[in-house]
Ligand binder design. Structure first.
Ligand SMILES: O=c1[nH]c(=O)n([C@H]2C[C@H](O)[C@@H](COP(=O)(O)O)O2)cc1CO
Ligand SMILES: [Zn+2]
Length: 150
């Protein structure tokens, strides 16, 4: 059979698939044993301008801070310490600001990330999982995003 190499491939990733896959690749860097989240920020020319995943702050060693979640003492759980993927992606931006960009994220952003996303000027959130949709932090995040027109 002859094959025309001048013809373009048909089964390539579309932009949404490509950026979400990039977010999932970033998530593989996470040390969180329970939930690995990745985020990818893209400008209106479809150029990636920021990537992040959930992890401990710089200088706070992964082995020195807890990854547990159910200890009685909250200081022994990860939640006070870990930086969320969306926050890291915004802080890691390689441009002056992320106004008008969109963010691809594996999990619907919590209320704290929702605030940062709104304040940064990101205009659209594209997410994969909404497994915490019933939780107050997600409901609060959606209330703010709806109000802010995200
Ligand atoms: O939007 C998010 N972005 C994000 O990076 N995370 C991270 C923080 C934690 O490391 C982990 C949540 O932990 P867990 O699912 O065990 O409660 O996911 C969690 C959320 C949503 O809660
Ligand atoms: Zn968050």
């Amino acid at each position: 059979m002859a094959k025309n190499l001048n013809k373009k491939r048909e089964n390539y990733l579309n932009w949404d698939e490509y950026f979400m896959a990039t977010a999932f690749l970033a998530a593989k860097r996470s040390k969180d044993p329970c939930s690995q989240v990745g985020a990818c920020i893209v400008n209106n020319e479809n150029v990636i301008v920021g990537i992040g995943y959930n992890g401990m702050p710089k200088g706070c060693h992964d082995d020195d801070f807890p990854w547990e979640k159910e200890n009685e003492n909250p200081l022994d759980n990860k939640y006070y310490y870990v930086c969320h993927a969306e926050l890291n992606a915004i802080l890691n931006k390689n441009c002056a600001d992320v106004k008008g960009c969109r963010i691809y994220v594996g999990l619907f952003p919590c209320n704290e990330c929702g605030k940062v996303i709104i304040q940064s000027g990101i205009k659209e959130v594209i997410y994969m999982s909404d497994k915490h949709s019933h939780k107050p932090h997600t409901i609060a995040s959606k209330l703010m995003m709806d109000s802010a027109g995200k």
